[in-house]
Design a protein around this ligand. Sequence first.
Ligand SMILES: Nc1ncnc2c1ncn2[C@@H]1O[C@H](COP(=O)(O)OP(=O)(O)OP(=O)(O)O)[C@@H](O)[C@H]1O
Ligand SMILES: [Mg+2]
Length: 388
Amino acid sequence: MATILPPAVLGMLGGGQLGRFFVAAAHEMGYRVWVLDPDPNSPAGRLADRHLVTAYDDYAALDQIAAACAAVTTEFENVPAEALEYLAKFVPVRPSAKAVAVCQNRIAEKTFMRAHAIPHGPFAVIRADQDISAADDGLFPAVLKVARFGYDGKGQARVASREEALHAFHAFDGEPCVLEKLLALDSELSVVLARDADGRIRAFEPGENRHRGGILDVTIAPARVEPQLREQACAIAERIAQSLDYVGTLGVEFFVSGGALFANEMAPRPHNSGHHTIDACVTSQYEQQLRALTGLPLGEPRMHSRAVMVNLLGELWFDGGDHHRPQREPDWTVVHREPGARLHLYGKHHARQGRKMGHFTVIGDDADTVLEVALRARAAVGIDDGDQ
Ligand SMILES: Nc1ncnc2c1ncn2[C@@H]1O[C@H](COP(=O)(O)OP(=O)(O)OP(=O)(O)O)[C@@H](O)[C@H]1O
Ligand SMILES: [Mg+2]
């Protein structure tokens, strides 16, 4: 495929914050972007050159995209794989429908890991009550996760026993699930990488992720783990990308348990834990997505600064986290006054509990100072650890 040069129009399925940063990167490099997202106020849609406000399976809209766009990508793993497959008849689609289909279904994802000898935790596929009866005793305590459409810990239940698993399975209306052994976590890591159409891979430094209430709270980059573990994580993520024949930016989440790595899940798009690459790396994960999509050489992923990223969730927009109070804007001066702090807000109109509204990244040369400043700003903005 010939390199796609500006001012070409690129298509983006999904209009969330990941898409918004892609649009910004594309604009910076002279491209135009059409976004398809059903929400008229979608963060990326508001920045796009054209926003098609419609469903992902609106084939008339997909035809418009196919006619106008030189290539298409996605920022949302739940875009129907059929829509990507359809577009691929007319224009390059990166990542492919096939790769996205694996990442958007936990059964397909775990089966893929097993087939390609990617280290992962013990699990069972649950499609019926009998699968729970037949599950290995060693899986409990476990987490039951719906195979599709889960995110930020939604569609998940921690279950101590077979009875609880059955109960949770019914509460999920018998939707296909995976039952995963609950691992004792030393820490969580993620690797974001980019792979181009010729198979070249550039990985970012792994990040160390802390969650709160099932949602990413803080990413520390580089991760504070042994170099050997960092290298292993990158090598596993690279193997995943190769096996999927992946083109674009890919996020791979890992658990570290008993000193060993277990792949948790893949995101066929830039990843929340890679936000810091905007401020701390020579090339951001969004620019890499753009470069892989257009056939430009991949950029340098090197970190020029150490970084800590803090997610800003909807509860901050309500005084004391109380949703009965009117929505208000947090006082951002507490972030802006910190050295090395960079605030990013996604322009979402309505705050909801757990909704990702923005983030800030603190960059600097000294890891301890960067973490200290980030945690100070996090507390000052009103994030408390009381209700972990
Ligand atoms: N098997 C497990 N053992 C231990 N902890 C787990 C397990 N599965 C999930 N968790 C915890 O719950 C978090 C969310 O799980 P997971 O990544 O599967 O869900 P998700 O809804 O896709 O989340 P996100 O969209 O934020 O990545 C994990 O990062 C981890 O902290
Ligand atoms: Mg996850």
